[in-house]
Ligand binder design. Structure first.
Ligand code: UDX
Ligand code: UDX
Length: 465
């Protein structure tokens, strides 16, 4: 089957960049991205390409090439579903905040809504592709809804799992040159035909040997497993960072030494204030929940420890600041350089900065924030979402700056929470001169090696000595 029309439900960090690249690489396919959020769609359609809602290096350029030609952004979900032979579901699947599995299981209400909408609209056969990360066996649920709630038009559905492995900040590069593309589908003839239709799309720019096909469950579980393994590496090196600080070893040196073992490899060994992002925590919690639901308590505990270590690292960072500043930060200005969960993105979901700020606000610190890409309103929204204190108190406790030097002026301490490259290029002598003395830098991203600071442990640098 040759696909001519694609619809993607969800114009977020995954749907937006993925569809932009498909449209760019497949000029013969019309790609329509729909979203319930009219404001977000309007931003994607903004005449000024710099106003698209997601910041990713290279994304604006690629959208500019295809937008209005074969790439469209719309709120008309039904029309896009009706026209498409292939529908990607790329809506968010947050951790449940209520009921059974609260705080662990994925909330699938948006996925179910999408399935019901597709069933209601479809007049002809459709291939439905799961892009969102989902618990194993979600495809089964989607299929059941599609097959049993149809509009009587007799449409048949094939469900594919095609998990996204792109990392934010490098999304376009990851999409253009992925390590692999994974497609899970049914083993019968119809399933294989659906798989082939999707393989043909990716084969427009990705070598065939990098396109893996599996059964649906393997594909779904591989996504959770990949994220769990990556996050586990970060928690493992972070666990060693605490030991290094106590013993006088340098975690950077340890990481380098073990990373050169080709069996271990050098990536994802950067000690940090903790991992963030929309996927790691959610996917591991999901894995833990699935394991528990099968009664596999040891498996669940094993993976949960990755999250426990990550929470500990964030708490430890905040308490290290308090301890170093003579056990009180009340009324002291502490400047956060960076708020995003990693560099080169304006995404702040689960960013360590949020939790560190929350802890320091509890200690009555005055927090100044500078981030090159994150908007002020988002920073307050992130803190309000925790519901630790009244929004008005978050406004009082946190001041957002547009200039890093201004943000650092008169600060007792600076905490680096995101590894933005520009931080390395700052005139640190000038920053130091304008700080309250003694001045401290807590390098939560371990990036200031090149700066002339006296290093004491990975999270803590006392400057000016
Ligand atoms: C999402 C999931 O969070 C992640 O698990 C998955 O791997 C990929 O998709 P992301 O694209 O980063 O990640 O989410 P987000 O930026 O929140 O985008 C989702 C979009 O779907 C939002 O714009 C939202 O408005 C839209 N949406 C949600 C719908 O259009 N319809 C719905 O019913 C629900
Ligand atoms: C991740 C996966 O990498 C991607 O394949 C999946 O599709 C979605 O989840 P993402 O969350 O965008 O991508 O970013 P990633 O680069 O994995 O970083 C996650 C977090 O770990 C960030 O907060 C990052 O700063 C942190 N991290 C990463 C470290 O602290 N140390 C490291 O060595 C690597």
């Amino acid at each position: 089957m040759k696909i001519k029309n694609i619809c993607c439900i969800g114009a977020g960090y995954v749907g937006g960049p993925t569809m932009a690249v498909i449209a760019h690489k497949c000029p013969d396919i019309k790609v329509t991205i729909v979203d319930l959020n009219a404001e977000r769609i309007a931003a994607w359609n903004d005449e000024d390409i710099n106003n698209i809602p997601i910041y990713e290096p290279g994304l604006a350029e690629i959208v500019a090439i295809s937008r209005g030609k074969n790439l469209f952004f719309s709120t008309n979900v039904e029309k896009a579903i009706d026209e498409a032979e292939m529908i990607f579901i790329s809506v968010n699947t947050p951790t449940k905040t209520y009921g059974l599995g609260k705080g662990m299981a994925a909330d699938l209400k948006y996925i179910e809504l999408c399935a019901r909408q597709i069933a209601a609209v479809a007049k002809n056969d459709k291939i439905v592709v799961e892009k969102s990360t989902l618990p194993v066996r979600t495809a089964e649920a989607i299929k059941s809804i599609l097959d049993n709630t149809g509009n009587g038009a007799g449409a048949k559905f094939q469900i594919l799992s095609n998990p996204e492995f792109l990392a934010e900040g490098t999304a376009i590069e990851d999409l253009l040159r992925p390590d692999r593309v994974l497609i899970g589908g049914d083993g019968d003839a119809e399933g294989q035909a659906a798989i082939n239709a999707l393989v043909d799309i990716y084969a427009n720019w990705i070598p065939k040997e990098k396109i893996l096909t599996t059964n649906v469950w393997s594909s779904e579980l591989s996504k959770l497993t990949a994220n769990a393994f990556l996050a586990q590496r970060v928690s493992s090196i972070n666990a060693m960072s605490e030991l290094c600080e106590k013993t006088g070893a340098d975690v950077n040196e340890v990481a380098r030494a073990i990373g050169m073992d080709s069996r271990i490899g050098s990536k994802f060994l950067k000690a940090s204030v903790g991992f963030g992002g929309s996927c790691f925590q959610k996917d591991i919690l999901n894995l833990v929940y699935i394991a528990k639901s099968y009664g596999l308590n040891e498996v669940a505990d094993y993976w949960e420890q990755v999250i426990i270590m990550n929470d500990h690292q964030k708490k430890r960072f905040a308490s290290n600041i308090v301890k170093t500043l003579y056990n009180t930060v009340s009324g002291k200005k502490i400047t956060f350089l960076g708020w995003a969960f990693k560099k080169d993105t304006n995404d702040t979901r689960e960013s360590a900065a949020i939790y560190v700020a929350d802890d320091l606000l509890q200690e009555q610190a005055c927090i100044a924030v500078y981030d090159p890409k994150v908007e002020k309103e988002i920073i307050y929204k992130d803190l309000d979402y925790l519901e630790t204190r009244e929004p008005s108190d978050n406004k009082k406790g946190v001041v957002v700056f547009e200039d890093a030097y201004e943000a650092c002026k008169d600060a007792h301490a600076i905490a680096v929470l995101t590894e933005w490259d520009e931080f390395k290029t700052y005139d640190w002598q000038k920053i130091y001169d304008n700080m309250k003395k003694p001045a401290f830098v807590f390098d939560g991203r371990n990036i200031l090696d090149g700066v002339k600071l006296r290093t004491i442990g990975f999270v803590f640098q006392e400057i000016g000595k």
